[in-house]
Design a protein around this ligand. Structure first.
Ligand code: DOR
Length: 439
């Protein structure tokens, strides 16, 4: 008879080789055993019968805005939202105020994560015109998930727009680089065509298909030339998804929950609360995103959680801030997509566990397997619930998915063997740690 710290009993476990109803034994924060543990005991036992046990779900694309304006979002509230929403790990973007672009800021952020974060956190380092020669060193710093390049401008001042500078970035270091791919020159050239107060739908006309596709063609040409692995974030067009099939040797692909869930009717319904970069587009692109989920083109689904104050969202277009909250709602909505037959639960785990772990090289994450971190998301696939704005813990206080009815809901999150959330209740103290990556 063996003793564990924690045993999850009788859940339908989503293992790398399929779904099996089995027990999971945890010791010292790691998965120590999978199988029939009826004869074994543990200090804490969780009855997981009737629930699915997923590897802890990862949102590889969040903007927790810390440092920045804590009344809009901050590391504590953002990661609390993450565990309430069924995530155990997030990778946090560098376009804060100030941006995370050097070693002192990475060191500050690492210290701050330990003790403040409710879930585990990986850190992006931002590429800027001033730190290109430092990037090889910066991407090798502990707990860095990737370099982030804004090749088109969005929130904040990070931008590397021209081919010569992009090539210099790709020649500095060796890890996979993450790109915001929109062509900055096309964006700026067409900006004068649009004036303040025009309908929000113009966001998708200004930041059109060619803007994203041209950005991606340029990046792939340089990535091919330099042989530098790339990850194109939030791919939003049918054209890019088809094109990237020829670059699978050097390029991985992220699609956002919003681009799988919302079409351009949202502009009339939500106004500024539908504005994000790259934009929400028409049905043809949503259909292409789902086809790419089904044919394997997509490696990762993320939320691009990007809070802004209500005042900033309610300014007339194009002055309204771009970015939508999502860290707390991505899991319920993805589970609802599973129940609607749009993807199997095993593919969801591939997109939000194994996929991010593989693309970013996260160590000990993303897999229910002995020796891996004991991170679990327990979900009730039958539970019905409507997303309410009052449930959102981000201080900005809004979600574009208010009123969205979901079948399937996260019931519990366990982080390195500690129960962090159980049925809407946040437990204990912040236990989040900075994630380790292969460097
Ligand atoms: O809509 C967006 N918001 N897209 C981005 O690329 C950045 C993000 C933000 O930080 O607000």
């Amino acid at each position: 008879m063996a003793a564990y710290d924690l045993i999850l009993r009788g859940g339908a476990c989503v293992l790398p080789w399929g779904i099996e109803t089995t027990d999971v034994g945890v010791r010292a924060g790691r998965i120590a055993a999978l199988g029939d543990l009826r004869l074994d005991s543990a200090a804490q036992e969780i009855d997981a019968r009737g629930l699915h046990v997923l590897p802890g779900l990862i949102d590889a694309h969040v903007h927790l805005r810390d440092p920045g304006d804590p009344a809009v979002e901050n590391l504590s509230d953002g990661t609390k939202g993450a565990i309430l929403g069924g995530l155990t790990t997030v990778f946090d973007m560098p376009n804060t105020a100030p941006s995370v672009t050097d070693k002192p800021r990475l060191d500050w952020k690492r210290d701050y994560i330990n003790g403040t974060a409710w879930c585990d956190v990986g850190m992006y380092v931002g590429a800027s015109m001033n730190n290109i020669s430092e990037l090889a060193r910066l991407e090798a710093e502990p707990n860095v998930c990737a370099i982030k390049v804004f090749a088109g401008s969005s929130t904040g001042d990070l931008l590397i727009a021209d081919d010569v500078s992009l090539e210099a970035v790709m020649l500095s270091g060796h890890r996979r680089i993450c790109y915001h791919s929109e062509d900055e020159f096309r964006l700026q050239a067409r900006k004068p065509d649009f004036t303040s107060g025009m309908p929000h739908r113009n966001h998708a006309i200004w930041r059109d298909v060619e803007c994203a596709f041209l950005g991606t063609r340029r990046l792939m040409a340089i990535a091919r030339k330099t042989n530098r692995p790339a990850h194109i974030l939030h791919v939003s067009t049918a054209e890019e998804l088809e094109y990237l099939a020829e670059f699978r040797d050097i390029c991985t692909v992220e699609v956002l929950l919003n681009h799988l869930t919302q079409t351009d009717e949202a502009y009339d319904r939500l106004g500024g609360y539908a504005v994000m970069n790259p934009p929400i587009r028409d049905q043809r692109h949503m259909d292409a995103a789902w086809a790419a989920v089904r044919n394997g083109t997509v490696d990762v689904v993320g939320s691009d959680h990007a809070p802004h104050s209500r005042a900033a969202k309610e300014r007339p277009w194009p002055d309204c801030a771009a970015g939508l909250t999502g860290v707390q709602t991505i899991v319920p909505i993805m589970l609802d997509h599973v129940n609607a037959g749009r993807l199997p639960l095993t593919r969801l785990v591939d997109l939000m566990c194994a996929g991010p772990a593989r693309v970013y090289g996260a160590l000990n994450k993303g897999r229910l397997a002995t020796g891996y971190d004991a991170d679990f998301t327990l979900v009730d696939m039958k539970k019905q619930r409507t997303i309410e704005e009052s449930w959102i813990v981000s201080p900005c206080g809004w979600t574009p998915f208010a009123g969205h009815h979901c079948t399937g809901w996260p019931m519990m999150t366990v982080i390195r063997g500690q129960v962090a959330m159980r049925e809407d209740e946040v437990l204990g103290t912040p236990q989040g740690k900075a994630v380790r990556f292969a460097r």
